[in-house]
Design a protein around this ligand. Structure first.
Ligand SMILES: Nc1nc2c(c(=O)[nH]1)N[C@H]1C(S)=C(S)[C@@H](COP(=O)(O)O)O[C@H]1N2
Ligand SMILES: [Mo]
Length: 563
């Protein structure tokens, strides 16, 4: 079969005005792949815009990009996710969404190019992408049902129709080889003064008009949808603004003098909320209305299951504590650790009220599974939560209600355990169960069931590859071993002896400690290494392990060149 793009000269050609103006040189029929690709992109854009608008009526999380992104996060192997957190940090979600948009763009361009030849099939392809988005949305753990499919379905139908129409405008109107003496009727605009319409071979003006109006309409719909989605959750915002945190019955002891060292390059002892690291799987931060929020406690050995409102918790005797939170994905020397003053309800008291006994006192449940409004599940040892440590259902962080990013209205915080086994944000359900019978979210993805925080230390200054002047240089940083406490920090220059650093005052054994060591720096390259010893006498191991499955180990080193 001959290629249709290269018809034999003189057999098929599209006469144009220019043809007539010049000689009757034949001109091959060229499928307009580039314009097809543009149509595809417009169709994709329209689909997302319509989906965004429909998501306003359903819920922002049901929009296809968010749903597919969420599914991708859940499906990604632990190593990939860990890598993403480490390399992109808090912008990992932005990178993911941009990646999804890039893939969608390519798919749209290809569909559009194909539509020039296979109009129906390409339109059906757009519907298929819609089906993928719809099923991702319905399958999300926080899905509210089939309605979550609506944004993807509506978007796909709009996109498919648009592609079908635009590709129709691009379709070549085949004419006989002899130029028609008079304008022929056809699906063309033709009223303009630019020549006989049918002879242009395709509906140029119709295409431009349809494409431009589709682009404009999509931009308006999409922008409207975006801003409406962004302003959703107003009731949650209002409910947060009206929270007044009572003064705690058990306040945190005043910070001792000197918990924070005055060394440039080392952060404050209490991490401000705006600087506090954020690690979670939520592409859209849940906006929970505190007045409608409930927490249910139930499960094995819960003789008195109960449901609490936010006001129920606010009215209780509140406890305030400084607790340092650490992410299991924090590499040696990494930034995913922060210290805050939390205020909330002691979890042990609440559990006892519900009749829960820890395993050491014969309770049948050894795992407490916290579930969030977005479907995250986080499992902590019941024994740890009830052993007397300050495991909190936190309502406040550094003197204000929890920021939405950090779990408003209520989250868990348990000293000594990594966040993924303790710090459930946007919590709404606590189920008492066993480690044998239930694996929560991260455990299903290869992380350990139990994960106490490892003894770690970090050099904050000098920075890697810094070029300090010879002479006195302050080496300083932080060390943490929550719930055991830090006893000693030592620093070694190159292969020299371990030198004991000066430790800042200890707040509690649940918080990190700053340290510093003055160093008479001599010219040349040097490697600075730190190690901490916790109060059980355990020295931070030299053995390097990855973050998976239960947290990185090893010692932080910084290489500097002294001038
Ligand atoms: N609902 C929910 N809670 C969550 C997570 C999450 O993805 N979803 N991530 C956990 C992890 S891995 C950590 S380290 C802490 C981080 O808390 P932060 O973002 O307030 O620092 O939250 C924990 N709680
Ligand atoms: Mo984490």
């Amino acid at each position: 079969m001959r290629s249709r793009t290269n018809p034999p000269v003189g057999r098929t050609r599209i006469p144009t005005v220019r043809d007539e103006a010049k000689d009757q040189r034949p001109r091959p029929v060229r499928p307009r792949f580039a314009l097809g690709a543009v149509s595809g992109a417009l169709a994709g854009f329209a689909a997302l815009a319509v989906a965004e608008l429909v998501a306003v009526a359903v819920r922002p999380q049901s929009s296809p990009v968010v749903a597919v992104g969420g599914a991708a996060i859940d499906a990604a192997p632990a190593a990939v996710k860990d890598w993403a957190i480490r390399h992109f940090g808090t912008s990992d979600k932005l990178v993911l969404q941009s990646g999804i948009l890039a893939v969608l763009t390519v798919l749209a361009l290809v569909s559009g190019a194909l539509a020039v030849r296979f109009r129906r099939a390409a339109a059906a392809g757009i519907l298929l992408f819609g089906a993928v988005g719809a099923s991702a949305a319905v399958d999300r753990p926080d899905s509210t049902g089939l309605t979550d499919a609506l944004p993807s379905v509506a978007g796909a139908i709009a996109g498919a129709l648009l592609l079908y129409v635009l590709a129709g405008r691009l379709a070549v109107v085949r004419r006989s080889p002899v130029p028609a003496p008079a304008p022929a009727p056809g699906p063309v605009t033709g009223e303009g003064g630019d020549g006989p319409p049918a002879e242009s071979g395709w509906d140029r003006r119709g295409f431009v008009v349809a494409a431009a109006s589709a682009a404009a309409a999509s931009a308006v719909l999409g922008a409207t949808g975006r801003s409406l989605n962004a302003s959703r959750g107003q009731s949650a915002v209002v409910s947060r603004r009206t929270v007044v945190l009572p003064s705690p019955g058990s306040p945190a002891p005043p910070l001792p003098e000197g918990t924070g060292l005055r060394v440039a390059g080392i952060g404050p002892f209490v991490t401000p909320n705006k600087d506090f690291y954020r690690v979670d799987t939520a592409l859209v931060v849940p906006k929970v209305d505190a007045t409608a929020w409930r927490l249910r406690i139930h499960g094995r050995g819960v003789s008195r299951p109960a449901t609490y409102s936010f006001d129920d918790l606010l009215r209780r005797d509140l406890t305030e504590r400084d607790i340092t939170l650490t992410c299991v994905s924090n590499e040696v020397g990494g930034p995913y650790v922060g210290n805050a003053r939390w205020i909330g309800v002691r979890l042990a008291g609440l559990l006892a009220e519900c009749g829960v006994q820890p395993p050491s006192r014969g309770g049948p449940a050894d795992q407490l599974v916290a579930r969030s409004v977005d479907g995250m599940t986080i499992g902590s040892p019941v024994e740890d939560v009830m052993d007397g440590r300050d495991a909190l259902l936190a309502l406040g962080m550094n003197g204000e209600p929890l920021p939405f990013e950090h779990g408003f209205p209520v989250r868990m915080v348990v000293p000594g355990l990594y966040g993924y086994v303790s710090a459930c944000k946007w919590i709404e359900d606590i189920e008492l169960t066993t480690f044998d019978s239930y694996d929560p979210y991260w455990v299903r993805r290869g992380w350990s069931r139990r994960a106490p925080v490892k003894t770690e230390s970090r050099i904050d200054t000098p920075k890697p590859f810094a070029r300090p002047r010879a002479g006195l240089v302050m080496i300083a940083g932080v060390a943490w071993a929550q719930h055991r406490g830090i006893d000693k920090v030592e620093v070694r220059v190159d292969d020299g002896p371990w030198q004991e650093a000066r430790l800042a005052a200890e707040d509690t054994r649940d918080t990190w400690r700053q340290w510093s060591l003055p160093w008479q720096a001599t010219e040349g390259g040097h490697t600075l290494t730190v190690r901490a010893t916790d109060r059980t006498g355990a020295v931070q191991t030299d053995e390097r392990t990855r973050t998976i499955p239960d947290g990185a180990s090893g010692r932080h080193s910084v290489v500097v060149t002294v001038d």
